[in-house]
Design a protein around this ligand. Structure first.
Ligand code: HEC
Length: 103
């Protein structure tokens, strides 16, 4: 079904917008593929310094350079760098769930 991912993305945006309008502090947001190993890896790699950003905060073109910068932050803090396989999995996860178009 051609419009599946698009509709899903729209529903996600609407869902999150609805969450944001509440005034109770919410510690978690909904992420795509939350039951998948890809998400588990993303959460493991990207939650040590801040809350993992929503996948739609950058476009597919932008994510690789953001991930590379985060790798530098790890090195600066003397944390073990992400393995290439972990970085690739994070990148694939973010890219396939990224914001559509430019902003
Ligand atoms: C070693 C600590 C550390 C880890 C681990 C880390 N970040 Fe960050 N992140 C930072 C710092 C520091 C900033 C603020 C400075 C900056 O933007 O470079 C930041 C800011 C960001 C921002 C906001 C700035 C922007 O360009 O939009 C995004 C998005 C982001 N991180 C994504 C990620 C992702 C994706 C991962 C997992 C691959 C990750 N971070 C893991 C330290 C970290």
């Amino acid at each position: 079904m051609k419009f599946g991912p698009l509709l899903c993305g729209i529903m996600l945006i609407l869902g999150l917008a609805a969450c944001d309008s509440g005034n109770s502090p919410k510690l978690t947001v909904d992420y795509p593929e939350m039951d998948s190993p890809a998400f588990q890896n993303y959460r493991a790699q990207c939650s040590e310094c801040h809350v993992p950003p929503r996948t739609t905060t950058h476009t597919a073109d932008e994510w690789p350079s953001v991930i590379a910068r985060m790798q530098q932050h790890r090195v600066q803090r003397r944390m073990a760098p992400m393995k290439v396989s972990e970085m690739t999995a994070v990148r694939d996860y973010l890219v396939r769930n990224a914001a559509v178009g430019t902003h």
